[in-house]
Design a protein around this ligand. Sequence first.
Ligand code: EPU
Length: 418
Amino acid sequence: MDKIIIEGCSRLFGEVEISGSKNAVLPIISASILLDSPIVIKNVPYLRDVVTFMKLLEILGAKINYDKKSLFIDPTTINNFEAPYDLVKTMRASILVLGPLAAKFGKAKVSLPGGCAIGARPVNFHVSAMKKFGANVEIEDGYINLNSKKLNGCFYCFDIPSVTGTENVMMAGTLADGDTIIENAATEPEVTDLANFLVASGAKIDGIGTNKLTIKGVTKLKPKKDYSVIADRIETATFMIASAITEGNILIKNSNINHLDAVVNKLRDVGVKITKESDGIRVVGPGVIKSVDIQTSPYPGFPTDVQAQLMALMCFSKGLSVIKETIFENRFMHSNELMRMDADIQIQGNTAIVRGKESLTGAKVMASDLRASASLILAGLRAKGKTEVSRIYHLDRGYERFDLKLEKLNAKIERSKE
Ligand code: EPU
């Protein structure tokens, strides 16, 4: 297992290129199951989760080839409909094959994902939506077993907007008979990117980017050309905070600031200078980090996937910050590790109260999930002395060469074996 060692207190400067979005590319890879011909997906980041998803598609029988950010998928050889537990337990996003397999083949056996470090994360919406399409769904031996004739378009209203839930229903609806209407749909840019990919392949979807989607079923989907995935907005936000926390000055390239209004607003309140330049987004960290309060919420609100990183920043603020997590019930695991670095954080239910300090001290800490890993590395960039972050495999699931990109920005950071 790898660990990352950071020597704190160097200012970041220079340029960084943002990779393609993890949470956009995973559903798009899954949507390839629906296609009647091969596809090339571009701007695909080389991440552990992407590798796991490629493996899953291969198990289903698809032909896959990844080369220099381009992913070739031939789904026409798919002849197996089971997503096994061994893969699903390492990546919950595997649930995304349920809708496409149901719509294309009328058969799916997908392992239930089980526990997760950030909350219970049930998949009841995914299952109940497939039943609404008329599929026969049973839970047996830890698997969702689905059998169906052609799916019938349906009306589905989410109790709360679910990102992968909306994606599964949208994908299923593209090849169903008649119209599918999704109310209270998630509006995250990654959902929109999937919708754009499906439309580029011949799907008929209205209301893209809104919380009501109407999908007119078609008989087949065939892409006309390659599709390029959007930039990763969570990686962008993480580098913005990296510059903020080190009083840095960095230019973030290949990203889309329009997907980050809530984060940009909060960082400006913190004192961070964020400006659009012709070739990127310039982010200049403040001399004094002002405290802000945040509450996570579905897009366009403040993303839960940036909460841990913002908490790291608030540990160094002048004042008191109240951070409320409303999406996942157990997404404060990083706080205990930040406290090992002498951060002053109190947790009360879904609220964290952070009293900022001039400095933290480096320590040995352990990553508990993807965004928690990023949070601990960010704190290590400013803490005095050495911070060692173990269990870095979590980081590699969703950040492409994070340590190398930081090193290029002047961070004193290295990776070694535990
Ligand atoms: N929920 C249910 N039942 C369901 C599905 C969801 O109750 O069947 C609840 C969840 O427990 C949660 C809320 O609905 O309270 C929203 O969860 P959502 O379904 O939107 O989460 P997700 O689709 O499983 C995606 C991202 C996560 C991101 C969340 C929220 C992917 C592959 N994953 O998860 O990304 O945190 O949306 O924006 O898109 C990450 O990248 O680090 C990550 C965890």
